[in-house]
Design a protein around this ligand. Structure first.
Ligand code: FAD
Length: 577
């Protein structure tokens, strides 16, 4: 009896909700129809079956895969339609979301809770009321207003039509050379795409290194690889102007250097689309994104925001920042959509995990780099390891360079960077998970990761990195980086530098002033060294150096340091050849 009454009460409740739902049907308007906006639309529908959901997108397509655009140019992805994950019809059929492409929202009128929209095809302007609004306008590609920028063959890679234009130029004009301006993630992916299409590619980067998100020592591995694949790299020089009309034939750099170019791709970064938010008086955060709380709610409780245009909490520092990447945009969109429809989901923030592959080399980063840790004023140490991506005895192991940035005081992991040819993706994800969980390097060394020879080693590269960094945390061994060594030498500090590799290795290249004593002779030749002096030992990758440091330490040498990561991470100009 009790049971049936409860069922009756529940059913009554549902019927009531259903009726109220129809009576109070909310209108949710979404601006922007890609990662953030489309995720918001779908989740809003899953949260509220009754709501009216209208999505405005300025461009031709909704829910397209920007991340796939370079591969469409490179022709790994053959058909444009493969990039289109949804379209207005499928959004309507599956989710009853009214997606209007080629519709630009011109203004948000918060007082009257309406947006002013322009139909870009007809030119008509109309008002659309909302109960809840979701802003997901993304970030626009930065296009510097330099001479030649509007030439026919100067491109950006941001939308499907952008990448179609690049393909068409290649097909029709058969260019032989290309200049890519900007050596960030999209620049490197575009370089691969154009190289695949048979062009001679030059990458121009104003900063002194490729992949500015990475530390210079890690980016150097990427640069060397790209050069080995016949990509010309010009770093420390910016674009000044482009010559030729209607099509560019060369670019001039700030140094005055001229580089021939049958086409140019600009990939110098993105800027958040803030105009709508700013014009309607929403708070913009100190990092330059729309301010939101953990519910993705802006300073107006009826307006939510998601994606590249918003601020995000960095989970390592706790500070607000911007991380314009697809993962955060999708997750924020989902939270914004749910909450706009009456839900209560939260998005805590992100650690900033990114990965790029170009011509066979993969580089990935999560958490803080050295320069970011310095900027945050967090005392840290770094630890390098170089491991094969799977067991050495199983054929095909590829070397992977791994760098950890660790909080000095307590051994907490602050960030990781990896460069290698295989297996980088899964290792960076393990480190990203460790960052999310606020693990210490002493936790990393104890992770229980899967092993069979074709996948990993019994001591996986991440675990190996944990061992090495934890040794430092426990003060079992002192380490020094190449940069620190360089400074100590500039200060003319009285160090004895010992190269513990074989003599053949020493003679091929070594650090200036090093004393060669191969590791296997060290115990017998220790009297050639002064135990009172500070001693720096080094080898190629840091392992023999580590053993040598322990031998010396346990033989009354007072202050011994192993060169972290070995000579392999020292810049070429530091090494005598
Ligand atoms: P967007 O995807 O930029 O979408 C915003 C949309 O809003 C745009 O389509 C715009 O037309 C529309 N809009 C703006 N203003 C208005 C208005 N007033 N009215 C109507 N519509 C408006 N991230 C990764 O994590 N991994 C990758 O491998 C990766 N590769 C990338 C490769 C390329 C070539 C590009 C361009 C980006 C890549 N990204 C990658 C970044 C990722 O695509 C973005 O972080 C993500 O798309 C952001 O989603 P969003 O919804 O915030 O913005």
């Amino acid at each position: 009896m009790e049971h049936s009454i409860r069922i009756f009460a529940l059913n009554q409740g549902n019927i009531l909700n259903f009726k109220l739902g129809f009576m109070n049907k909310k209108t949710i308007v979404i601006i922007g129809g890609v990662a953030g906006g489309a995720s918001a639309a779908a989740k809003a529908r899953r949260t509220d079956e009754q709501a009216e959901i209208i999505l405005f997108e300025r461009g031709l397509y909704v829910s397209f895969a920007n991340c796939g655009l370079p591969y469409f140019i490179g022709e790994e992805i053959k058909k444009r339609d493969s990039l289109l994950l949804q379209n207005p019809k499928s959004l309507w059929d599956r989710f009853r979301v009214e997606a209007r492409t080629r519709h630009e929202v011109l203004r948000v009128d918060r007082q009257n809770k309406q947006v002013e929209v322009k139909d870009l095809l007809s030119g008509d302007i109309f008002l659309q009321k909302y109960d809840r609004l979701v802003l997901a306008p993304g970030a626009g590609a930065i296009v510097p207003q330099l001479p030649g920028v509007s030439a026919q063959n100067v491109f950006k890679v941001k939308t499907v039509p952008d990448s179609e234009a690049v393909r068409e130029w290649i097909l029709k004009k058969k260019p032989e050379s290309a200049v890519i301006v900007g050596a960030g993630f999209i620049g490197l992916e575009s370089a691969e795409a154009l190289k695949r299409r048979g062009l001679k590619v030059t990458i121009v980067e104003m900063l002194p290194q490729v992949l500015p998100a990475l530390d210079p020592d890690m980016a150097a591995f990427v640069a060397r690889h790209l050069e080995s694949q016949s990509i010309e790299l010009i770093t420390g020089d910016g674009l000044k102007e482009m010559h030729g009309s209607p099509a560019v034939y060369e670019v001039m750099l700030q140094s005055g250097r001229l580089v021939p170019a049958d086409m140019v791709i600009l990939s110098i970064g993105v800027r958040p689309e803030l105009s709508l938010a700013r014009d309607c008086g929403l708070a913009i955060g100190s990092s330059g994104g729309i301010e939101v709380n953990e519910y993705q709610q802006t300073s107006d409780p009826d307006i939510y925001a998601a994606g590249d245009a918003v601020e995000i909490t960095h989970l390592v520092t706790g500070r607000k920042t911007r991380i314009p990447l697809a993962g955060p945009a999708n997750k924020q969109g989902r939270v914004a959509g749910a909450n706009a429809a009456g839900g209560k989901l939260t998005f805590p923030g992100a650690v900033g995990t990114a990965i790029v592959e170009s011509l066979g080399i993969t580089a990935a980063k999560t958490g803080l780099s050295e320069s970011e840790a310095t900027r945050e004023g967090i005392p840290y140490y770094v630890s390098f390891t170089h491991s094969l991506h799977h067991a050495g005895y199983y054929p095909g192991g590829a070397l992977m360079h791994l760098k950890l940035i660790v909080e000095k005081e307590n051994g907490r992991l602050l960030g990781g960077q990896i460069v290698g040819e295989s297996g980088v993706d899964k290792r960076i994800d393990v480190i990203a998970t460790a960052l999310y969980a606020r693990l210490k390097v002493t936790d990393l060394e104890n992770l229980d990761l899967a092993y069979a020879p074709q996948f990993s080693a019994a001591k996986d590269p991440v675990i190996m990195a944990g061992f090495v960094a934890a040794n430092v945390s426990r003060a079992e061994i002192g380490t020094i980086t190449c940069q620190e060594l360089q400074k100590r030498k500039q200060n003319k500090d009285d160090l004895q530098l010992v190269d513990v590799r074989t003599l053949d290795e020493f003679h091929s290249r070594h650090l200036p002033g090093a004393i060669p004593i191969p590791i296997d002779e060290l115990r017998d030749r220790m009297d050639e060294l002064d135990p009172k002096k500070e001693t720096v030992v080094y080898c190629r990758i840091g392992f023999r150096g580590y053993l040598a440091a322990l031998i010396l330490q346990q033989n009354a040498f007072e202050r011994v340091f192993n060169l972290s990561g070995g000579i392999l991470v020292c810049p070429d100009n530091e090494i005598d050849v």
